[in-house]
Write a protein that binds this ligand. Structure first.
Ligand code: G1P
Length: 246
């Protein structure tokens, strides 16, 4: 299995420190957050991790280059324009073009405390013939407009078969309170779909919109993972992360 970590965003919710320290490099104990995410990917069975950065975030590459064992398993892609999460993921496509297995996507600013979801998602995918799986968490109705929200039918404990996904809906339009939560295992057809994806919410190329199109052709499952997601992209979320990982 290959993994991809988009980590090219500007980190505007965590200025001014992110002028020089990318949010993914903020320490959680003695390791930067993104190191823990790479470890989650490797523990789930990834043998190679593609990290998408921007030219201002070379420090992430320097960090991993300092550890030859890890560096041997990491490849680098660049996003030169900020056109959204879907666009960031698309920048990894040339390095993953020959993939036939689903690719694990882990958002670089999302840490999960408790049981990390990636390994369980890989197992669910295998049970369902290599299908795509999206990690989910329930959020309060007043927060649905911050997330991609899914609709689906519960088919076994914690697992749903999805039939719709909407990026950042208004509460009255949200199909549920189940939010896409930082982890995806995606059929490689997603790269072809992203290449033709038109801008969606906020004028950005949305990964959620491409998964919605994928759903028209191939099954997509949701996994309500038991761990807790932490957003390290803002000061309050970062403090919560430190408490959870203490
Ligand atoms: C992104 C995705 C969204 C998802 C969220 C949390 O949004 O577009 O679907 O729910 O991450 O994983 P962002 O936080 O980048 O606005």
């Amino acid at each position: 299995m290959k993994a991809l970590i988009p980590a090219a965003g500007h980190g505007t919710r965590f200025l001014p420190v992110t002028r020089v320290v990318p949010k993914e490099m903020l320490p959680v104990g003695s390791k930067p957050a993104i190191h823990l995410i790479v470890e989650e990917a490797l523990a789930a069975g990834a043998d190679e991790v593609v990290i998408v950065i921007s030219s201002e975030k070379e420090i992430i590459r320097r960090y991993f280059d300092g550890d030859p064992t890890l560096a041997a398993r990491i490849r680098w892609a660049f996003q030169t324009e900020q056109k959204g999460l879907g666009h960031a993921v698309l920048q990894g496509a040339p390095l993953l073009a020959n993939e036939t297995e689903p690719v694990l996507v882990l958002l670089g600013d999302a840490l999960v405390s408790g049981e990390p979801p990636s390994a369980a998602m890989a197992a669910i995918s295998r049970t369902h013939g290599g299908a795509s799986v999206v990690g989910l968490e329930e959020v309060p109705l007043e927060k649905v407009s911050r997330y991609g929200i899914v609709r689906g039918e519960l088919i076994e404990e914690r697992v749903l078969k999805l039939d719709d996904l909407v990026e950042k809906p208004a509460p009255e339009a949200a199909p549920s309170r189940l939010a896409i939560a930082g982890r995806y295992l995606l059929d490689p057809a997603i790269f072809t779909l992203l290449a033709t994806q038109t801008p969606g919410h906020g004028g950005e190329i949305q990964l959620t919109d491409a998964i919605r199109r994928l759903l028209a052709d191939k099954p997509v499952y949701g996994y309500r993972y038991p761990g807790r997601r932490h957003d390290i992209g803002n000061p309050a979320g970062y403090l919560e992360t430190l408490k959870a990982f203490a």
